[in-house]
Design a protein around this ligand. Structure first.
Ligand code: HH2
Length: 274
């Protein structure tokens, strides 16, 4: 399975790592860390050296209850960084739910749009189709991080999330988007039990025929399972849950900590390549 990102081709026969670059003062685990262009460039270079295959640039926190950022503010955070990182020679994904931001980013040359609202906005679909750019279609029960944790009632979480992603993927492809990546949206309007159920059943998503992305890095469910309150210290739990996802068919992991994930994947691949 291959993912075509403009001039880049990602061969997903090996699991790929998407490094998280949060340009936000209020992200749940690393907010406010990257407040100059130099700091972002240094972080991006380090992520590449440590094994990132894609960088995901985000200018708005989507943690539960996060405040919304205006499109202008998000553009100011994201676009200069995108321009500065394009020469690094790695595919760049833009984590946005706003067509205004996606449009400018795509015009500059972004390689992938990561829409946590699952392409619900038809303008997002039209943009990705017009620029012939793939999109990550993620599930959240309502397109609103402020209230999503009030919507954790599913008759069957796996079935509902899967059918939402299947439907959105079909709409996207029919509209002319070249490829989609599916993401169950770990932590987005789900309880810990539901998050684990989704990871355990990722093969049901993989069977839809699109690459599956999992992003559980440092999230609250891992804190609940381990008792670790500080998100940055949830590394081992993050690696463990991501490897469980890889066992069930995840092809892209969205992570903060590149080096430990690369090492874990190298060992995992050695075990299964024999
Ligand atoms: N999780 C977050 C943000 N974007 N995109 C995808 N496709 N999948 C995810 O699981 C996902 C995502 C939330 O994590 P983070 O970016 O670390 O934090 P914040 O939203 O607080 O910036």
């Amino acid at each position: 399975m291959k993912l075509f990102l403009r001039e880049f081709v990602l061969d997903l026969s090996k699991v790929k790592l998407m490094g998280i670059l949060n340009l936000t003062p209020d992200s749940f685990s690393d907010g406010g860390k990257l407040d100059t262009l130099e700091a972002v460039l240094a972080e991006a270079r380090q992520m590449i050296a440590e094994g990132a295959d894609i960088l995901d640039i985000g200018g708005e926190s989507t943690r539960p209850g996060a405040a919304e950022v205006s499109p202008e503010e998000e553009q100011c955070r994201v676009l200069p960084v995108l321009e500065a990182l394009l020469p690094l020679g790695i595919p760049l994904s833009i984590d946005t739910r706003k067509p205004e931001v996606a449009q400018e980013a795509l015009a500059l040359g972004a390689h992938l749009i990561n829409d946590v609202t699952g392409l619900r906005d038809p303008r997002m679909v039209a943009l990705c189709a017009r620029f012939q750019t793939p999109a990550v279609v993620m599930h959240m029960p309502v397109p609103d991080p402020q209230t999503m944790q009030q919507h954790t009632h599913y008759a069957d979480a796996v079935l509902e999330v899967r059918s939402f992603l299947q439907q959105q993927a079909q709409k996207a492809l029919e509209a002319g988007i070249p490829q989609v990546v599916l993401d169950p949206g770990f932590g987005f309007g789900k309880t810990a039990v539901q998050n684990l159920q989704l990871v355990r059943n990722l093969d049901r998503f993989a069977e839809l025929g699109h690459p599956v992305l999992l992003g559980a890095s440092r999230k609250k469910t891992i804190g609940e399972l381990t008792g670790i309150q500080t998100p940055k210290e949830r590394l081992l739990g993050s690696v463990a849950i991501h490897l469980a996802g890889v066992n069930q068919g995840a092809k892209i992991l969205r992570v903060h900590d590149l080096k430990p994930h690369r090492e874990a994947l190298d060992v995992w691949e050695a075990v299964y390549s024999q």
